[in-house]
Design a protein around this ligand. Structure first.
Ligand code: NAD
Length: 544
């Protein structure tokens, strides 16, 4: 046991490399891309530190070059889940008893590996497997992932310091225990950082986790799993269980030892998982903690006092970076008539300049969407808009899957503020714009608040301070991450804790102390110096 209080200095957010021509990082990243692309690897499940090849496999391809096979991934089912639960619970005995500072040391080392010797591998695997540009990979697969790990360790240290008041003769303490049982971490395809954090945050708190990565991002996720081993994570603390959702999910959720779900992904999947937990509720040993961050229908709302040039840049980045496949991506916009012509001209000129293609060509701003399923879904929305009477495609609208799953940055203008693409999450490079009459500003604020079931991110643009205040008030519950004169994407750990409410999730704020608290079960301890020896109270004394 430690003979000192250990503290952790407040970390700094990881700075990003630019990968501009002439920089050594650019050459090094290109070299790693070439190496990774030149081989097809086998991705096993990893259970109790052991690589398991189940023989049931599916191919992992490059989304922008889908004939190129990056890997064959081995898929898990009931049998592997049973072994993983068993070994995780055995690993828990020692891991949960390990002092918190020893546990976080592993993840702090992992962060330094991410930003050091593994940086190129994390970025290159994310670029190839998830079709991210160098910048989009760097800000998350290196930057955000390291931030999650470093700040998570610091948050945990701060929680440990949080102690109750003690009165004379009493010593009150609170200890922060991991949850009994195991955590199920289920991750989406779109962020390597989120995937890495979902099992890591509970593990730092002393829990053991079964991690089901998305088969669409399993390539980069597997490298992170290997990195954790190099960082010294003991076997069994995190098991890696690639597989089809229900094949892994059903047996995991049926296990009485489930103590928490740490989920990021779509609303439909989260609803299904929550319902399943609900229907199994009588069987669990402890009420499972449910943390889930889901979809968004994120807005940009401009007032007529907005700066058009700032609005153009913010809208373009928010709608089209990573092909609009960010939960925070701007996908609906409200703009007043009086600035529309000016904005339209400037914005469409910039959109026409956006290059879409192979992310290994560093001049491209956009890559491909993740899969054929995503391609079909997004192009379906575009086709719907093409046929509609109350909408018009004013930019883009093209798509081509002959080599990769490419979709042009697309702008739909609609006269119907409740048009389908103003309401539903598309998760692709499609922005729908509704032009409102300046005098209907107030009414349009209500529309913005009521149009979508989600409430994840939103941005307002305007220079008039009274108006900014009014918009912020009226849209108070429309977004969990709210931006003023800034794009609604790009939240940074420890700066803008991330998450939304309504149908966007439980808003437990990934990358914050609030999230870490969810993986801890406090025990309050009261110790008295001199316990009473008479059970009678003074009010009972004889009055005479
Ligand atoms: P998805 O819901 O299709 O998949 C998420 C994960 O759930 C995958 O690993 C998938 O295999 C798994 N899954 C599916 N069915 C399952 C089952 N029955 N049991 C267990 N696991 C199951 O989501 P996606 O396409 O990977 O990600 C995109 C979605 O994620 C979008 O809706 C996006 O808005 C959301 N997202 C939200 C945030 C946020 O912070 N709010 C961040 C990133 C992504």
């Amino acid at each position: 046991m430690p003979n000192a209080y250990f503290n952790i200095q407040e970390p700094k957010n990881e700075p990003y490399f630019t990968y501009a021509p002439g920089t050594p990082q650019r050459e090094s990243l290109k070299k790693r891309l070439k190496e990774l692309r030149s081989e097809t690897i086998e991705i096993p499940a990893i259970i109790n530190g052991e690589e398991i090849k189940t023989g049931r496999t599916t191919d992992v391809v490059i989304p922008h070059n889908h004939s190129h096979k990056l890997a064959r991934v081995h898929l898990c089912g009931e049998k592997e889940v049973a072994i993983a639960v068993d070994t995780a619970l055995k690993a828990r005995r020692e891991w949960a008893d390990l002092p918190w500072e020893e546990r976080v040391a592993v993840f702090r080392k992992a962060a330094d590996l991410v930003t050091g010797p593994w940086r190129d591998t994390m970025n290159a695997s994310t670029m190839l497997g998830q079709s991210k540009t160098p910048h989009q990979a760097e800000i998350e697969a290196a930057g955000e992932l390291a931030d999650f790990l470093r700040f998570g360790a610091w948050y945990l240290a701060k929680i440990m310091e949080e102690q109750p008041h003690s009165s004379d003769g009493v010593w009150n303490r609170v200890e922060y225990r991991p949850l009994e049982g195991f955590i199920f971490a289920v991750s989406p395809f779109n962020f390597t950082a989120i995937a890495g954090n979902l099992p890591s945050a509970p593990a730092m708190c002393g829990n053991v986790a079964l991690w089901k990565p998305s088969t669409e991002s399993v390539y980069s996720n597997y490298f992170f799993m290997r990195l954790l081993k190099e960082a010294g994570l003991p076997d069994g603390v995190i098991s890696f269980l690639p597989g089809e959702g229900p094949d892994v999910g059903d047996p995991v959720l049926a296990n009485p030892q489930l103590s928490g779900l740490h989920f990021t992904g779509s609303e439909a999947t989260f609803n299904h998982l929550w319902k399943t937990i609900g229907s199994n509720i009588d069987t669990y040993k402890t009420y499972p903690r449910i943390v889930g961050e889901t979809g968004g229908k994120d807005f940009i709302f401009a007032h007529n006092s907005a700066n058009a040039d700032q609005l153009v840049t913010a809208t373009l980045r928010a709608a089209y970076e990573y092909q609009g496949q960010k939960c925070s991506a701007a996908s609906r916009m409200y703009i007043p008539e009086s600035i529309w012509d000016d904005f339209r001209e400037k914005f469409l000129a910039e959109v026409a300049d956006v290059k879409v293609g192979d992310v290994e060509d560093f001049s491209n701003f956009m890559g491909a969407v993740i899969s054929r399923k995503a391609f079909d879904k997004i192009s379906g929305y575009i086709d719907y808009a093409k046929k509609a009477d109350d909408a018009e495609i004013i930019a883009g609208g093209g798509y081509d899957d002959s080599k990769g799953f490419f979709i042009e940055p697309t702008v739909i203008q609609t006269s119907n503020p409740k048009f389908k693409t103003m309401q539903e999450e598309i998760f692709g490079p499609v922005l729908t714009i509704y032009v409102y009459k300046d005098e209907e500003f107030e009414k349009t604020l209500t529309l913005c608040d009521e149009t979508s079931p989600y409430a994840l991110t939103g941005a307002i643009f305007g220079e008039n301070r009274f108006v900014i205040k009014k918009m912020a008030d009226r849209l108070r519950n429309s977004a969990g991450n709210f931006y003023i004169n800034e794009k609604p994407t790009g939240a940074i750990v420890n700066q803008q804790p991330f998450g939304g409410s309504r149908r966007s999730g439980t808003n437990d704020k990934a990358g914050s102390v609030m999230n870490m608290m969810r993986w801890l079960s406090p025990r309050a301890i009261k110790e008295v110096s001199a316990a009473p020896t008479d059970w009678r109270y003074p009010y009972m004394d004889d009055e005479n």
